[in-house]
Design a protein around this ligand. Sequence first.
Ligand code: SF4
Length: 295
Amino acid sequence: MVIDRRHLQQHLELAAQAYGPDLPLPAGTVVPRVFAAPTLPPAQTVPAAIAPPPAPVSPRTPPATAPAAPATPPPTREPATAAPTAASSSAPGSAPGSADDDPVAQLQRLRNEVLPCTRCKLHQGRQHTVFGEGNPRARVMFIGEAPGAREDQSGRPFVGDAGQLLDRILTGAMGLQRQDVYIANINKCRPPGNRAPEADEVAACLPFLRQQIEIVRPEVLVCLGRTAAQNLLSTTASTTALRGRELDYLGIPVVVTWHPAYLLREPAHKRETWEDIKRVNRLLGRPEVPPASGA
Ligand code: SF4
């Protein structure tokens, strides 16, 4: 098996950019598998829509939308319309191609419902409801636990240190930007003291996430951390037990990996997340490692 040393170097540079210098270098057995040319689709066979930025992520994807604002967003933050496609799901009774097919409009309606929600006690202490944001036709959706202090202040998911690490993972390990994917949480309001959401709070909020998934219809769901995985999958299994397993939710493959906040505390696990994201890339039919820019 021939190893392309130039691509090997690019791979290691990407890993360092994504995870920092504390990433343990891949074992020697990993590298040949990653860079073995026969396992990677030829560059020209990768649909333009799933090529690295600035191309959109999905064949059914219009130009990615900007992140949503915390409260009522200005119209420019999410497109008012998007061309419906045959792949779009129709609401009962709606005509194909109608506004009811439009995931942007569907997400906006759901957002309008969620922002003033008082279904559970978490609404009492929130500054902002954190609905979620990203590409309404994203091929991959990342699911976290609940807003933290920074997210509660801004109304946007994953904007603190953990969010910055998530951004680096997206860029370094997937060749994507935040606006190419969809990011949401199990709970939309911040639990006091950053505690984990309680069972009744999850039960009240989970239907919103389910609707987001049904609207966006991603091809892969990525659970970030134990709370997201356990609540989405209705299991008590640990993150360690769930990583690497073939799981699904509503028929959509689920990949479980560490929460970025945990990776900041336990950087030794970054290498495992690197492997998990390579699996996401494989499920999406993308190269395990994004091509280096200019390659
Ligand atoms: Fe409503 Fe969810 Fe917020 Fe509870 S956490 S008030 S269910 S939006």
